[in-house]
Structure formats: C-alpha cells, structure tokens
Design a protein around this ligand. Sequence first.
Ligand code: ATP
Ligand code: MG
Length: 396
Amino acid sequence: MLHHVRNLPFAVPFRFVILRELELRHFRNLGIQELRFPPEGVAVIGDNAQGKTNLLEAIYYLESFRSFRGAGDGELAAFPEDAFHLKGIVDGDGPATVSAGFDRRRRKKKVSVDGSETRRISAALGRLGAVVFSPSDVELVTGGPQVRRRFLDIVLSLDGNGYVESLSRYGRTLAQRNAALRANAGAQAVRAWDEELVSHGARVTHLRHEWISTWSGAFAAYCAAISGCDPVALAYRPDLGRGRVGPEDRRAEFGADEDEVGERFRERLRESWETDVRRGATTVGPHRDELLFTITSQGRPLAARTYGSGGQRRTAALALRLTEAAAIRRRRRAEPILLLDDAFAELDEGRSMRVMAMLREEGAGQVILTAPKESDARLRGPSLERWRIREGVVEA
Ligand code: ATP
Ligand code: MG
C-alpha cells in the first residue's frame, strides 16, 4: 500500500526548513522562555494541562498568525498580561526571523519578517511550512461545514495565490450587503454590492475547486494506505453549484470555469432575492460551501459525518492532514515541519504505525511531538530528544 502513495505524482526535490529557535513572551501559560530545537525535532512529554498544546499553538501561530484551536487572539495572552509576543528563527535557505505579537488593550496584531513589520499579514503567511495533527482533527469530519471551510481557507491562504485577498474582500462585501439587507436599505443599496460579491465569490469558488480537484486523489490514496481498506472520498460541494442537474462527474466540474461560476452566482442572487430580504442576509454564495467525505457501503455513497465509524472518521481526518502536508511539500519544495499533538492517541496501533511509517517514507523533516507519557512518544518518535514540560516551563 505504501508504494501506492509514494508513486503519486508529487515527489519533488527536498530541502529542509526547520524551526531553530523560539522565543516566548506571555503566550498562554508559557511565560518567558527561549527554546532551541534540534534539527530532527523533539518529543515534549508532560501531564495534562501543563502547556503541550499551547507550545504547538505558539509555533503554528508563526505560520498562520492565528490559533489553530480557533481561539481569538485576546485569549492567547497570559491572563494578567495585556500582550504576548513570539519570535521564531527558521532555517531554510539561510535563517529567517518571523515574529508576531498581539496587544489586547489596543487590539493590535503585529507581524514582522526579518525585523521589518509587514503591512499585510498575508505576505508573511506560511513561512514555516508546518502542519498540526491533533486529536480534535476528527471534528473536520464530524463538525459543521464551517469547520471544513476554515480548513480550506487556511490551506488555501498558505498557498499564496491571491486566495486570502479574494476571501477577505468577499467577506467584507458580504458584510456590507447583509448590513444593507438588515437595514431595509432598498433594492438599489443592496444590489450595489452584487458585482463585487460575484467577482470575489467566483474567484474563491474557483480556487477551492482547483485545490480539491488537485488533491482528492492523494487524499483517497492516503485513506487507503492508513486503513488498508475503507475507501473515503473527498469532494467539493460549492453552494453555487447546488441544484444543477446532471451526472455526478458534471457536478464535480463546477468551479473549473470562473466565468460560469460568476454567471451562476448572478442568477442565484436574483432567485434568492425574496428570501434574502425576508431573512436579512445573503443566503447564497461560497460562505455556504461544503466539503464532503463519503464512504461507500454496499455500493451506496454515504456521508462519513453521519454514517462513518469512529475509525473511518479519524482515518479521513488524518488523511486530510497528510494531504495538507503533501500540498506544503509541493508548494515549498521542502519537508513540512510536523507538529504532532498527542496525535494518534485514539488510533489503533496498526494505523498509527502506518501513519508514522508514511510520514517517515516521505522524508525526514523536523517533528515536534507531544505526549502525556513516555510510552506514547516511544512509538511515534523513538530517536527524538526528550523534553519535559511542567506548568508551562520546558526543561530541555
Ligand atoms: P492535555 O494533555 O490535557 O492536552 P496540555 O499540556 O496540552 O494538556 P494545554 O492545553 O497546552 O495543556 O495547556 C492548558 C493550560 O494552559 C491550562 O492550565 C490553562 O489554564 C492554561 N492557559 C490557557 N490559556 C491561558 C492563558 N491565556 N493564560 C494563562 N494560562 C492559560
Ligand atoms: Mg493538549
């Protein structure tokens, strides 16, 4: 099974990007510390509630400038403090410094690369090339559609092809149009936003379609390799493509042609006018997209969210993270930094061995893993240096 994945057409020449140093100041319970990471990575061992996830959250903050747990910036500063600050030294083609901070009172986020503050945070995204694996990833499958849209928004934002800009302009336009609807501002005031909404929305839909059609094959191969069976399929269901008659493969094509998406968006806005007015909100568009995980049972496709077994859902979530890692590998031509937060806690031994084997097969990037017990770390990172963490303090 493993060679099946290795032979997928995204093998690329590797270089290494590693996190060398991390300076922490008042990020959650981590206090003030400076850590130097070994190039191959480290296993951080500590009891519950000591700060293991906080540490990985801090590292990933320097990748995405937000909490991977979905926490607001205001929650991240240590309780009595007003601000936190993080600085990472990343070694790729020579060292680079990424730093970020947030001041709760001034509600201001600052991001800088190599000492100079970036005007747009989007320009600094994805410098580490890291992926987080966490037990809560299963929510990607079992949670609501907004969880999956958030996943897509993050991976696509890190892709650096204008997605963030389109998405944020779409979001702003949508908010304006909704405000006009709520205020009963009249058809003209509401529809004044439509063309802008259509153009950014079509772009967002198109880029989402592209990402999924590029990666759904890899996703399926990872699923098969982890589970040995249980095929799970990944498909994009753009809201704008809804209700289009035709065979499944035709529907799957929707999104390939950006102009067609735009046309369809205009049409749907016209159709939904009365509903929008009644509800005081725009009821069509990519803010209602869905990403579907489908299992096949006795020849029938079923939603993994409702019908999948616990193991199938966890497998699908892991495969999605492996796909994310593969996308980084291809985009950056470098091994991603793997942040494994007690990652395979609920996976049976066979599956978790296969996942680790797969990660090792694909390259030997830096691995920073956490585990409550030494015995869990042994399975996942036998040769990694061990650190302890207690009440937020790391003992290297
Ligand atoms: P588990 O093994 O249960 O997952 P963990 O080691 O991953 O535990 P974390 O989630 O990293 O634990 O840390 C939890 C601790 O961090 C809690 O004690 C919590 O009170 C503390 N904490 C969270 N946010 C803040 C904050 N803003 N300021 C200070 N402490 C915080
Ligand atoms: Mg944790």
